[in-house]
Design a protein around this ligand. Structure first.
Ligand SMILES: Cc1cc2nc3c(=O)[nH]c(=O)nc-3n(C[C@H](O)[C@H](O)[C@H](O)COP(=O)(O)OP(=O)(O)OC[C@H]3O[C@@H](n4cnc5c(N)ncnc54)[C@H](O)[C@@H]3O)c2cc1C
Length: 452
């Protein structure tokens, strides 16, 4: 690493404390890198990758390390390439509704900068206050607003990337349309840092919606909350968010941070509708009456503080669950939304079969359920039962026509399950694509597919 320090003075650390801190993310995996490098521009990224290529050393790109599937966790001896210092919003083009950002920009910082100009970037992972746009691109992150507005991929027009041989490449367009050649931009979005390092992102943005109404609907029966989800969309209403929490989740949040959620409810839906003022209130009334017809108590957040409190509660879910048990296996399956009641029923059965507690919440509007198998990593038997339950959860999901990950990606954590969903032909083709980009296999090895 001495040579790398010479090439990039002041940017490379091999201090034990730093290596430790950059060795884990929000998953339960960890590894120790051989160095942490913090470049501040594309030229520096290119130098690091060039060095890694020449020395056959693997590189792990890293944003804020909030990933849930260990995508940013290094295998022993890798270089961690932290993009946190490349954090400039380079351009907000108000005439063409296009913005250009560096990968280390925190998602909510872009949201705030745009809102001041009456503009809107919809992808809003619940971690938006601390995750980076580079990480969002690499994971194709979604969020509560994905139901109406889609995910990160739907906003990325083009990218600047550094390829695994150190060369800089620009993909895609800066216009709202463009179909020349294969869509390399879409291929790199969601590739979890296994194909290239993203150094610049061209995003399309939208006008800020005129009005937003936030409804809290609490249900005495879990199944009725699940029924409400498909009834709302069947009524031809696509709210901007349709978030779901079950009883255990509500109670964990209230014990973690008192936000006023009703602890006796079996389930709740946090629903937000946006658009022109006239249609928003009409749709909000329709949503309220559908939920009420299924036995829900409905309240509308009447000011900005009430809205904020509800979203604080939603964002507190992940840390709050650690009140239930010291560790959890967190999956983010998606099923067709009409199959949510059936999936929830099957999750109850799996919980009984393996004698493990399963807590559910998530972006129910798009069928994305965060299934949390609560366990204690230090209790061998209990942890094994939790791991066995994961396989049943995936089998049930796939049988219902779903997918094993809606937004968290595969990383190390789910690599061994990929073959349950993808055919050998799919996997072979994907590995071939990886080889074309990265013949030496230095970009984030072990992620997405198990190492052969
Ligand atoms: C409390 C909490 C709530 C969350 N809620 C959501 C949610 O609602 N929706 C959702 O989608 N996710 C959610 N996540 C997961 C996580 O925040 C997202 O996956 C996010 O996109 C990761 O961003 P990051 O900057 O932390 O990336 P990291 O964790 O640092 O990295 C994630 C992956 O991206 C790669 N990567 C990072 N930067 C680059 C780059 N510049 N070039 C190439 N590859 C790169 C890494 O190698 C890794 O594979 C949540 C996480 C937490 C802890």
């Amino acid at each position: 690493m001495k040579d790398l320090k010479k090439i990039l003075p002041g940017r490379v650390s091999t201090e034990a404390e730093e290596l430790f801190c950059y060795g884990f993310d929000a998953s339960s995996h960890a590894g120790l890198p051989c160095a942490v490098v913090r470049p501040v521009n594309t030229g520096e990224v290119s130098k690091v990758i060039d060095f890694a290529y020449m020395h056959d050393t693997s590189v792990v790109p890293r944003g804020a390390g909030t990933g849930m599937t260990s995508g940013a966790v290094p295998l022993e001896g890798s270089i961690v390439l932290s993009l946190e210092g490349m954090n400039n919003i380079l351009e907000i083009d108000e005439k063409n509704l296009v913005v250009v950002v560096e990968p280390g920009v925190i998602n909510s910082r872009l949201q705030e900068a745009l809102e001041q100009k009456g503009l809107f970037y919809p992808p809003d992972p619940t971690s938006m206050d601390f995750c980076t746009l580079g990480g969002n691109v690499a994971e194709n992150a979604g969020g509560p607003r994905a139901l109406k507005y889609g995910v990160t991929r739907d906003y990325v027009l083009g990218l600047e990337v550094v390829l695994p041989n150190g060369k800089v490449l620009t993909t895609g367009v800066k216009t709202h349309k463009g179909v020349v050649g294969y869509d390399l931009t879409r291929l790199i979005v969601g590739s979890e840092g296994t194909l290239a390092v993203v150094t610049k992102i061209f995003l399309k943005v939208l006008p800020l919606p005129e009005e937003t109404v936030t409804l809290l609907c609490t249900f005495p029966q879990l199944n009725d909350a699940a029924e409400a989800v498909s009834k709302i969309t069947y009524a031809r209403i696509i709210p901007r968010t349709l978030e779901f929490m079950d009883r255990e989740t509500i109670q964990a949040v209230e014990e973690y941070k008192s936000t006023g959620l009703p602890k006796d409810a079996e389930a709740l839906l946090l629903i937000e509708e946006d658009g022109p003022a006239c249609s928003v209130s009409e749709n909000a009334e329709k949503i309220a009456s559908i939920c009420a017809s299924l036995g829900a108590k409905v309240s509308i957040a009447d000011d900005i503080f009430a809205k904020r409190r509800l979203w604080e509660a939603r964002r507190a879910v992940s840390p709050a669950l650690y009140r239930i048990s010291p560790s959890k296996i967190n999956e983010d399956i998606v099923v067709p939304r009409s199959k949510i009641p059936e999936m929830l029923r099957q999750l109850k059965d799996i919980s009984k079969k393996y004698n493990v507690k399963i807590v559910n919440f998530g972006h129910a509007g798009d069928g994305n359920i965060h299934v949390n198998i609560m366990t204690d990593r230090n209790k061998e038997d209990e942890y094994r039962r939790a791991e066995d339950a994961v396989k049943d959860v995936f089998e049930a999901t796939l049988k219902l026509g779903g997918t094993i990950s809606g937004e968290h990606g595969i990383g190390l954590a789910k690599a061994r399950y990929v073959g349950m969903e993808l055919s050998p032909e799919n996997i072979e083709l994907m590995k071939g694509i990886k080889k074309v980009f990265d013949p030496k296999g230095i970009m984030n090895p072990g992620k997405m597919f198990p190492i052969d």
